[in-house]
Design a protein around this ligand. Sequence first.
Ligand code: ATP
Ligand code: MG
Length: 251
Amino acid sequence: MTSSATSSAFEAVGLARSYRLEGVSVDALRGVDLRIEPGEFVAIVGPSGSGKSTLMHLLGCLDRPTSGSLRVNGVDVSTLSDTRLAELRNQAIGFVFQSFHLLARTSALDNVALPLVYRGMPRAERRRRAHQALESVGLGNRLGHRPSQMSGGEQQRVAIARALVGDPRVVLADEPTGNLDTRNGAEVMAILDRLNAERGVGIVLVTHDSEVAAHARRQIHVRDGLIEYDSGTADGATGRDEGRTGPVEAG
Ligand SMILES: Nc1ncnc2c1ncn2[C@@H]1O[C@H](COP(=O)(O)OP(=O)(O)OP(=O)(O)O)[C@@H](O)[C@H]1O
Ligand SMILES: [Mg+2]
């Protein structure tokens, strides 16, 4: 079956990305095979410069690979125009960044409603959904605040609400707790845990923090642009059909 209801959320084969900068080529990602199923909770860890963000940008359709293939919900993204790729991103994926990426002079409500503008949704409906998303991250009392009037933890929760407002099947989060203190980081992780457990939203996050990584049920280690370890899913999926997955700890 190839319908999106039964497809992997992500299926990468030989995924590679090189950057060319002043005549020098950097092979940031050097051929990654990876399958992530809908509703999985995955942590990607690895040294600085190992290619984690590069991988996240490719999975999130913010960037295109130099070679290799990527299917998102069963769709080969190389066949999509930039416009269709943006549509896929807008509808299927929520993105959360380390530095929040909010519009500074715009209220929390309008920041969260923004992705819905690109869907041509009427304003009242956009605001209703944005309000609901902010409620779901505990910020129903901060609708009119601008980012500069909110704490770091609150800003990251606004960013999560913005990632959720379009009802994505998966949230990609690149160091979502990287700029937060322990308490705010724990709050953000509690929200992601709940999303995964209660709504079945897939979570793929990058972190340097082993406590954060421990929230995930699957751990992937990236080094020098390659996956050097993948704990695998419960059903053994790693994208390489060679059954080399270690068992996932029970319980
Ligand atoms: N736009 C770019 N142009 C040129 N080189 C880049 C670009 N983005 C990343 N790189 C290089 O690609 C490699 C991988 O970068 P990437 O940002 O994916 O690493 P990372 O694992 O996310 O690191 P960190 O943990 O520090 O965020 C690095 O060597 C980096 O210098
Ligand atoms: Mg990075």
